[in-house]
Design a protein around this ligand. Structure first.
Ligand code: NDP
Length: 295
């Protein structure tokens, strides 16, 4: 029977957060406390939980956070005016707008309105372009967290064949770019891919970011693959609901050498890298001539 290594995302996130906390302490000693502005529009319960978690983690590592809670029926001009204020505010180093936004607001316009130097989600086209060119920038948090876990398990990733299932702008595409930067051979699968399980069976590394509960099972994997499950899906089961990934954990465990659980895998890494990006944003702002920061 195959017994895979269960990749402990909570422990890895604690390591990253400890390093961030140490860096924040050093910055605070120079009078520079990093500050993250979090914008939440509406009352979506899941978004409220995400925002609360982010604010709590900020406090744990000594990052100042400012919450802006806006009503669900707010108009786009008012949201853009708030972003402009936060861009101009020298106390604010990072801006996070919790997605999804209500229908009347154009998410892409909001993302592009954020100063790229404060874009701690790494979604602005300037940061996306820099990632694509292999230049330093603010990179998206979830793929950065996946890379950390992969480096922990495998060390050098050079020459590995990585298959990314999913091509979204927030996970699949930046994930593929980071794997390429790490010298992997990268295949990206999506809903139009023909015989995705066969292509996936070629992979040394599988990143599942599909949004389809438990789609990827043992049939998609070769023996010894390392499996990173980004998916977070809530499914109904008898009288309760349960969180599952995009990977069928029990089935995939029959073949994987290492695998992330859901929950407790990639999820905690995303917040850890958000906070790391906030510190990185401050450092970049300090290093750019003329960049403003309150001392
Ligand atoms: P999207 O819905 O934006 O993208 C899903 C991708 O999967 C698309 O590219 C789609 O292809 C592809 N796809 C859909 N069905 C199939 C299929 N049968 N075979 C192959 N590819 C398929 O999702 P996200 O990238 O935003 O999120 C993916 C998952 O990750 C979700 O479960 C989400 O909840 C989770 N997530 C978790 C985070 C964390 O912190 N752990 C952070 C962000 C997301 P096409 O482009 O052709 O439509």
């Amino acid at each position: 029977m195959n017994t895979p290594r269960i990749i402990d995302g909570k422990a890895a996130a604690r390591e990253v957060l400890a390093a961030v906390k140490h860096e924040v302490e050093m910055l605070c000693a120079e009078g520079l406390q990093p500050c993250l502005a979090v914008v939440l529009v509406g009352n979506d319960p899941a978004s409220r939980v995400y925002v609360r978690n982010k604010v709590e983690r900020c406090a744990e590592v000594g990052i100042c956070s400012i919450e802006h809670l806006l009503p669900a029926d707010i108009d786009q001009a008012t949201v853009l005016a708030l972003i402009a204020d936060l861009n101009a505010d020298p106390r604010v180093n990072g801006i996070l707008v919790q997605m999804p936004l209500p229908k009347q607001i154009d998410e892409a316009a909001v993302i592009q309105a954020i100063d790229p130097r404060k874009d701690v989600d790494g979604f602005h086209r300037e940061n996306v372009g820099a990632l694509s060119l292999g230049q330093p920038a603010l990179y998206p948090c979830t793929p950065s967290g996946c890379m950390y876990l992969l480096n922990q398990v495998l060390g050098d990733l050079s020459g590995k064949h990585a298959v990314v299932v999913g091509r979204s702008n927030i996970v699949g595409k930046p994930m593929a770019a980071l794997l390429l930067q790490a010298n992997c051979t990268v295949t990206v699968l999506h809903s139009r891919s023909v015989d995705a399980p066969r292509l996936c069976r070629e992979a040394d590394i599988v990143i599942a970011a599909v949004g389809r509960p438990q789609l990827i099972n043992a049939d998609w994997l070769k023996e010894g693959a390392v499996v990173i499950d980004v998916g977070i899906n809530r499914i109904a089961e008898a009288d309760r609901t349960r969180l599952v990934g995009d990977v069928d954990f029990a089935s995939a465990s029959q073949k994987a050498a290492a695998i992330t659980p859901v929950p407790g895998g990639v999820g905690p890494m995303t917040i850890a890298f958000l906070l790391q990006n906030t510190v990185r944003a401050l450092r970049q702002q300090l290093s750019v001539p003329g960049a403003h920061h309150a001392l």
